[in-house]
Design a protein around this ligand. Structure first.
Ligand SMILES: Cc1ncc(COP(=O)(O)O)c(C=O)c1O
Length: 413
């Protein structure tokens, strides 16, 4: 693993101030230490003039991730060997403060959510709660299961504060409610839901909490050991800045026997016999490995290990603070332009993070997005649920000056 000191030393400008291993580094950089963050930015292939505000869709990887993948791919192709994704399971487990036996490696968040939607023992008429801000990746697996097996989907209208959202959720529960299938952070407005309170509500009411965590890992520090009775599905290709097509499902030990594997392949079993005399699947692997199946791309997972090292090298608290500070700068700037935009992202500090969504006033949101694209900004439109808005994601490679330029465009558009 690349230690924080080595990572800092590897950055050209800081290298001079932190010259050798074994010596004490300078004070850790703060979220507004622009010289430091400029050095972080040059760790990315992302072009210097590219103003990329769409990390919520796809996180550009730093060179360290690109090179780790390339190096393992070269090695495997030179030898013809298979490689192993296991180091990634270990790295994710360390990053999320849980045992490696609780992590299944998937190809994306959606695959992990499908494991949940199809693996939980639910009956016709059982109810699952979703929100009115879902991404297709969380909506479709549950709607599919509802269509095929007669589940009932209830829709929670999110409120701008955590307390009101929790109130509304409690009001929606019935004696048939079984699952809360909720996003940790919505893709529409970047609203952060109160994970700890949701987990405790689910436990009190004896419900399963199935978290769509597409936007959690890499955008805020995550201690999944706190979720000892909840599932968490996430990916490596957004805020973790990892290779595309990497994901995971966290299944705490207490729920391993509850969630049935959807697919089964080599190493997901606890033994099997297939002879003319006897045909038997003895059981499932005693860990969350039971949800993995088939060949995985070891080079891709080597890149995910490098992504974890990169974020750990910087420190997740610092990474989160940087992204949130830029988003707060943007939100404050937009709120000061009430005749130009309507800000849809909650202002309550606990309910906002690294994404800000706004609706241009007096201008079509698609037209504004196209104008912004012509000026070099990569944003994301939010047509979902009729929001007709524009979303801006801020991460560690963005600069306050980029946010400032976007605000100028909004003011002048
Ligand atoms: C909230 C949310 N859930 C699920 C997904 C799907 O994620 P993946 O592409 O990793 O399957 C996304 C993707 O943008 C998302 O924003």
């Amino acid at each position: 693993m690349l230690s924080r000191r080595r990572f800092l030393a590897s950055l050209p400008a800081l290298g001079a101030a932190c010259p050798a291993l074994g010596q004490t580094c300078p004070a850790p950089p703060t979220p507004d230490d622009e010289a430091f963050w400029r050095q972080v930015r040059v760790q990315f292939p992302l072009g210097p003039n590219r103003v990329y505000f769409n990390n919520g869709t796809n996180g550009p990887s730093p060179w360290a991730v690109v090179r780790a993948q390339q190096a393992l791919m070269d090695q495997l192709e030179r030898t013809g060997e298979y490689g192993s994704p296991e180091p990634a399971r270990q790295a994710l487990a360390r990053f999320f403060k849980v045992a490696a036996s609780t992590i299944s490696l998937t190809h994306n968040t959606t695959e992990a959510i499908n494991h949940l939607a199809w693996g939980l023992p639910l009956r016709r008429g059982d109810e699952v709660v979703l929100t009115d801000h879902e991404h297709a990746g969380n909506a479709l697996p549950w709607l599919h299961r509802a269509k095929r097996t007669g589940l009932r989907v209830r829709v929670l209208a999110l409120a701008p504060t955590a307390a009101e959202t929790l109130n509304r959720l409690e009001g929606l529960l019935t004696r048939r409610t079984r699952v809360l299938a909720l996003p940790h952070i919505t893709c529409t407005t970047g609203q952060v839901l109160p994970l700890a309170q949701l987990a405790s509500l689910a436990q009190t009411k004896n419900l399963w909490l199935a978290v769509d965590g597409a936007h959690g890992p890499g955008s805020l520090p995550l201690d999944l050991s706190q979720l000892d009775r909840a599932f968490y599905a996430g990916c490596g290709h957004k805020w973790m800045l990892g290779p595309k097509g990497t994901g995971f499902l966290y299944v705490p030990p207490a729920l391993l026997e509850v969630l049935k594997p959807l697919h089964l392949g080599a190493h997901a079993d606890a033994g099997w016999v297939l002879t003319p005399q006897r045909q038997e699947l003895t059981g499932y692997a005693p860990t969350a490995h039971r949800y993995d199946y088939g060949t995985q791309n070891a080079a891709t997972y080597a890149g995910l290990v490098a992504a974890v090292d990169f974020l750990e090298g910087l420190g997740m608290a610092r990474v989160a603070a940087r992204g949130q500070q830029l988003a707060a700068q943007l939100q404050a700037g937009l709120l000061a332009l009430p005749d130009r935009v309507q800000v849809l992202t909650p202002t309550e500090p606990a309910s906002r993070g690294n994404m800000v969504t706004f609706r241009p006033l007096g201008q079509d949101y698609q037209a504004f997005n196209e104008l912004a694209a012509r000026r070099g900004f990569r944003l994301r439109v939010v047509p979902e649920h009729g929001l007709n808005a524009v979303r801006v994601s801020t991460h560690l490679y963005n600069q306050p000056a980029e946010v400032g330029r976007l605000l100028e465009l909004v003011a002048s558009a």
